[in-house]
Design a protein around this ligand. Structure first.
Ligand code: SAH
Length: 251
C-alpha cells in the first residue's frame, strides 16, 4: 500500500513514521509513505501557499493551485490514487471501520490543511472525501494524517507481529477490549483476577467476554447497539444490565 501526504511541514511526519510498527512496515516494504512539501508546488518567488479569505475575516486560507499541482505531480508518477482525503474537522468521522476501508486500498493521498482551512474548491474539485479525526480543532492536518496512516498500517497483513491481536482488540467487533495483566500476580495489594491464573481456558475466555461487555456497558453503552454479539454474550449482557439495574435500586 502507498500513502502520499501533502503538507507544509514535512518534518512533522518524521517522528511518527520513524519508530515502532510503522517504521518496521516501511522497512519491510508493506507500506510506502511519501511526504511532499506543498511549497515545492508553488510558482511564485515567495513559495506562498496561502492568501486572505474572500469576504474578509481572520486568518489565511490555503490557495487551490499548489494542492491541485501537488496531486497532479503524484498522478504523473504513474499511480492513480484510490482516494484523495482532505483532512478537516468538517469531514466524516474517522473510525476503526474507516481505517479498515482505507486498508483495502492500494494508494491514498492525504492533504493536510493549516491556518483557517483550505479553499473549498479543493474539497469540491480535488478531494474524493473529507475525514475528521474527532470533534476538536487542531492547528493542522498532519497529526490527523498520521493518525490515519498509523491506524491503517497496523491492519495491513504482516505489519503487526501477532495477527490475532488486531482481531480481538477494542472496536473490532464493536466492543471495548477486556482488561489485561502481566506479572507480578500481586502489586501494591492489587491482585490479578484468580481466573487468569487458573489455567482454565474456557473460563478465561468467558471472563474476558464478560469484562469486555462490562466495560463497554459502563463507558460506551451506545456501542452495544451495533456490536456483533453471539448468544453467550447476549446472555451475559442481559445479566450485567440486571446487575446494574439492581445497583441503582431498581427491580
Ligand atoms: N477553520 C476550520 C479549521 C481549520 S484548522 C474549521 O473550523 O473547520 C486547520 C487545518 O487543520 C484544517 O484545514 C485541517 O486540515 C486540520 N484539522 C484541524 N482539526 C482537524 C480534525 N479534527 N480532523 C482532521 N483535520 C483537522
Amino acid at each position: 500500500m502507498r500513502f502520499d501526504l501533502v503538507t507544509i511541514f514535512p518534518r512533522l511526519c518524521d517522528g511518527p513514521l520513524g519508530d515502532g510498527i510503522v517504521r518496521r512496515a516501511i522497512e519491510r516494504g508493506i507500506v510506502d509513505v511519501r511526504v511532499h512539501d506543498l511549497r515545492d508546488h508553488t510558482t511564485d518567488r515567495h513559495r506562498s501557499v496561502d492568501d486572505v479569505p474572500y469576504g474578509g475575516g481572520p486568518g489565511m486560507v490555503f490557495k487551490p493551485e499548489p494542492l491541485f499541482a501537488a496531486v497532479e505531480a503524484i498522478r504523473a508518477g504513474g499511480s492513480e490514487p484510490d482516494a484523495i482525503v482532505l483532512t478537516s474537522p468538517q469531514g466524516k468521522r474517522f473510525s476503526q471501520a474507516e481505517a479498515a476501508r482505507l486498508a483495502r486500498m492500494r494508494h491514498v493521498v492525504v492533504l493536510c490543511g493549516r491556518y483557517e482551512g483550505v479553499d473549498d474548491r479543493v474539497r469540491a474539485g480535488l478531494a474524493t472525501e473529507e475525514l475528521s479525526i474527532g470533534d476538536y480543532v487542531l492547528t493542522g492536518g498532519e497529526l490527523p494524517a498520521l493518525v490515519m496512516v498509523d491506524a491503517v498500517v497496523r491492519l495491513l497483513p504482516g505489519a503487526v507481529g501477532d495477527e490475532e491481536s488486531i482481531e480481538v482488540e477494542s472496536f473490532s467487533r464493536g466492543l471495548l477490549d477486556f482488561p489485561v495483566f502481566t506479572r507480578p500476580a500481586e502489586f501494591r495489594s492489587m491482585a490479578v483476577p484468580d481466573v487468569l491464573l487458573s489455567g482454565h481456558h474456557a473460563e478465561i475466555r468467558r471472563w474476558r467476554k464478560r469484562e469486555a461487555l462490562r466495560r463497554t456497558l459502563a463507558v460506551r453503552p451506545e456501542l452495544l447497539a451495533d456490536a456483533e454479539l453471539d448468544s453467550e454474550e447476549r446472555e451475559m449482557l442481559r445479566v450485567l444490565m440486571e446487575e446494574r439495574g439492581a445497583e441503582y435500586g431498581r427491580d
